[in-house]
Write a protein that binds this ligand. Structure first.
Ligand SMILES: NC(=O)c1ccc[n+]([C@@H]2O[C@H](COP(=O)([O-])OP(=O)(O)OC[C@H]3O[C@@H](n4cnc5c(N)ncnc54)[C@H](O)[C@@H]3O)[C@@H](O)[C@H]2O)c1
Length: 319
């Protein structure tokens, strides 16, 4: 029998990739998204789509009475930097949404909930690579909201909702929003380069991140669905490798065939709540379910750059 997924945030970058992969695997999918940062055009035509705010209690009444097997909760305000603009909004959209959806699952006997958490919960960590069991010290309202949501997941275990929190690190790849210059380290730098503009870097070039390609995020997300060992657990979803900001920019410049020594880069003040450097220990995912990422940063950056170039060519030929 066909299984059905509810994907919140399915009109966004990661959610739309997930939706397409679930469809390919033969699932029915219902996408719920309020299109704040997502796009209706990201949602495949044959997918049921509900334009709604998942932090609004009324939407629970619009969700199907039965038939949903798994909830993937990805809808969120997704930027640490932006979370400082309006912390109350961040709390509502990122935490209240989680409570409402979990309570809906408990009421409808939906026993599987997969949550898009974030490496932002960790803050600045003393021992790297970071393991899931360190005491989290989030530095942004966004990180605090993700951590709080993970705690709500744990609480709802006792109501029969088996959940898994996936702590995504920095995700990049085709489909990322290239217009938003406040979210997504790779997409921001690549947007400057593809527009042939100086790269503006907020913060030090020596900062480092664990950059994970979208296909690996999706394979990890799908890999946990039917694994009881992952119920009630949180996992780092990352590559286990650190990439410094200056190496990332070099990889992007190379993919666009620019000379990294000649391209203008402006370093400006960092953003509030930004972590200096973090990368993940991914042995828990490996041990529990045998998952490992496949894409090296240079390769992923090339694929994303090709997507950006084709997109730009299509746009120019249409103008
Ligand atoms: N991209 C990353 O590097 C990264 C890293 C860690 C965690 N995450 C998490 O993964 C998830 C997906 O992120 P993304 O990169 O695809 O971002 P995105 O902005 O492309 O997608 C988020 C989607 O959620 C929708 N949305 C926001 N608030 C909503 C609400 N109240 N009701 C309904 N829909 C709402 C938006 O319209 C958008 O389509 C988020 O939970 C994010 O916090 C992303």
């Amino acid at each position: 029998m066909k299984r059905k997924a509810l994907v919140t945030g399915g009109a966004g970058f990661i959610g739309s990739h997930l939706t397409r992969r679930l469809l390919k695997k033969g699932w029915d999918v219902l996408v719920v998204d309020n299109l704040t940062t997502g796009f209706k055009s990201n949602v495949p035509e044959d997918v049921e789509f509900l334009e709604a705010d998942v932090s609004n209690e009324k939407i629970l009444k619009e969700l199907p009475e039965n038939g949903v097997d798994v909830v993937f909760h990805l809808a969120a305000q997704t930027s640490g930097e932006i979370s400082f603009d309006n912390p109350a909004y961040d709390l509502k959209t990122n935490c209240l949404s989680t409570i409402l959806l979990l309570s809906w699952c408990a009421e409808k006997n939906i026993d599987r909930f997969i949550y898009a958490s974030s490496m932002s919960i960790y803050g600045d960590v003393e021992t790297l690579p970071v393991k899931e069991n360190v005491f989290p010290k989030p530095k942004s309202f966004y990180g605090i909201g993700k951590m709080a949501s993970e705690n709500y997941l744990r609480l709802y275990e006792s109501y029969g909702v088996n959940s898994t929190a996936l702590r995504y690190f920095n995700v990049y790849g085709p489909g990322q929003n290239m217009e938003n210059l406040r979210q997504g380290m790779v997409s921001i730098y690549m947007a400057y380069v593809s527009n042939n503009e100086p790269v503006i870097v907020k913060g030090s070039k020596d900062r480092f991140r664990d950059l994970i390609y979208i296909d690996d995020i999706i394979s990890a997300t799908l890999a946990v669905i039917d694994k009881p060992v992952t119920f009630g657990e949180s996992y780092n979803v990352a590559t286990g490798k650190k990439t410094h900001v200056h190496d990332l920019i070099n990889n992007i410049l190379e993919a666009f065939t620019y000379d990294p020594d000649a391209y203008p880069i402006n370093y400006v003040e960092g953003t509030p709540g930004d972590q200096f450097g973090i990368y993940a220990d991914i042995s828990k995912m490996e041990k529990h379910i045998g998952w490992r990422p496949k894409t090296e940063n240079k390769e992923g950056i090339k694929k994303m750059a090709n997507w950006v170039k084709n997109k730009d060519e299509q746009r120019l030929s249409a103008e």
